[in-house]
Design a protein. Sequence first.
Length: 443
Amino acid sequence: MAEPVSDLVLVDDAHHPLRPATSKHYSREYAALASKYVGAPLDISFRELVGPLPASEYTHGLYPYPARLLRHIPRFLLSTDAVVADVDVVFDPFVGSGTVLLEAQLRGFTSIGVEQNPVAALVSRVKVSRGSHTHAATVLNDSLATAKRRRRAVKISPLLSRWYSSGALSALGRLAATAEEHEEEDRDLLQLCLALTARRMATTDPRIPVPVKSARNAMASSSDVWRQWVSESTSILTKLHALPPERPVAEVRTGDARDLTVWPNPEQASRTLLLTSPPYGAAQKYVRSTSLEAAWLGHAPKGKTVHLEHSSIGREHLSPQDLRLDASSVSSPQLRRVLASIAEKDARRGAIYVTYFVDMERVFRNAANVGIRRIALVSGDNHVAGGVLRTSQHLSDIIESLGYRRTVSLRDPIRGRTLLTSRKNGSPAPAEYIEVFEMANCD
Ligand SMILES: C[S@@+](CC[C@H](N)C(=O)[O-])C[C@H]1O[C@@H](n2cnc3c(N)ncnc32)[C@H](O)[C@@H]1O
């Protein structure tokens, strides 16, 4: 087993001193909770348990990705003896912007993440990258100089023209062309800086996570873009600099969690902890909230990012294949009844949630098929068609039906994902459930 690094990694950081918290302390807390658990969720506040964490810590605040996981949760779980016993690898099939991977890295675990949204996957890769800080500074500076000199920009996606002034479009296009000339880590770094700069220079309302037109930046010039690049570069470099120098490998796979090929192989899987916060049902905005950045990175050649939604779990735009499903497509008779009753009230909502649970069943089936022994799941419920859909309970039932046993269930009154779901028919109930499952009957 990989020895988790000492708590000093978390404490010994001159830039962002953290509250010292020993693994022994967390392990005792966890053991006390597990011993009290008799089936009903136990109320707990991870913010109180772990204590306040600095707003910008290591690379956590690298990018404002929606619905990020509260990092107190993986910090606690990954410091807890019972959760990390026999674990070599931490695996997050819905890695988003990489909160779990970074926390795993800080605790000394090798990790693997899967993410379907290419912008989030990019953020995750940079968040856990292990390249040299001096080299990163040179790449960012030199690329700005190259972009300023160049005449040609990338071919600009038709999606972008209405969201930028002509001066900003031209400068961003030249930065994008410069980034494309690089490879691997350097390219990631430049594309992340481009995505952040493009986000700031758009004529969008910064208070709304999806693009909505505003008067901001209507007259932005190339010089404004160059200045913004410098500011974003400085901020990225400061965050990268705060990372401890020696960290294990964290691999990000851009792909679909329903696809078994992106999962750890069976040999790794028996020593893998699956720790994840899956998408909510009706969480249609992961793709839309990053659509401009995706277009700058070349993912909207025809002016649309809707193709990215097809493999996005929780999607609202259903394909003809999705629409062929109905409540009978899920395995659990109880969930079938719940979904049929939603469909009676609102056929479209019914179809969206049937698709969601069918997809989630496929994902957890992969966990059982490769032989993952422990799953830590952070999930929430939804308000749907005038009632509460107990999404967490249904996900938990699916996992148990695959041969796992729930060993603890904690309920935290976390808020904050509301903006991500459709307001009328998907807004999550204001609590999250943190549950740990063990494969039953494993020797
Ligand atoms: C709740 S977010 C995870 C947030 C993450 N824990 C973080 O802190 O940034 C769920 C993620 O699942 C991703 N996702 C949706 N469908 C997916 C799929 N089929 N395969 C892999 N990732 C998917 C979404 O793009 C989103 O980033």
